[in-house]
Design a protein. Sequence first.
Length: 278
Amino acid sequence: MDTPKQILTAAIQNDAALDDLLAKYAGRLRGLKTQLVAFIRANRGADGKVAVALNSYNLLEQELARAGFASFYDYGDLFDQAGELALEQVADIPESQLILQASRQSLAAALSETTVDVNRQIQSLGNGIVQALKAEMEIATVIPRPLSGIAANISSATGLAEGRARTIVNTALASIQRGVHARALDSLVAQGVEMFLFYTGPLDGKTRPFCKPLVGKAIRQADTAKLSPGRGLTFRRNGGGWNCRHSSIPVTRGWIEANSVEVADSTDIARANAGAKK
């Protein structure tokens, strides 16, 4: 039987595994800026201007694809691995087969929901890069400019997009796991099983005010919908918000009592929601 300390240790190990997945994604994004700058260098005339034809959306999008922009969407296998890690999180807790079965049945829906959301956000990033590079090229077709200036603007546009993409995917990896657990929770409650989410993870100087009242406590299924981390996010999918380091593990009443775990009350819920506004 996993104790709260063992679950915390497993959560830390899970976070490390998610960090590895994010590092793989970041590695896939590298090289986009370098290839785009090389593309423009190859198409600049002696007068320092860029060929007018490059102003075409189609050519620009083709070059973005060739330069590696498709890598922004290369996260499907990482999401699958995050889902499998979610199943491992519940493998050793009491009634593990019951919870594991419900989690497996929830996995496909959680993956689909998150993938659709991330695709939408990444598409928006892609549109922003295309607009920024199109504007840069429109200027470069009529005004001679040093390559260093063009490169700096391209680096700025793609660099911001890469950082945002990493944040989106990082949050999505954890959201998949929370989605699996929340759906499993609902399924078991619908079957008459009294279930809670055990909120675990670090409690340190980086812990958000929203998370502090909840860490190390069990949250009733009915109370999970009352928690709001703000910014249009939901506790059940996003925990404390973007890049939240905490995990929500489904547990039973028996596990709570066996491990003397405190159940979050209305004061804890109110403090968390108030903390989200700070």
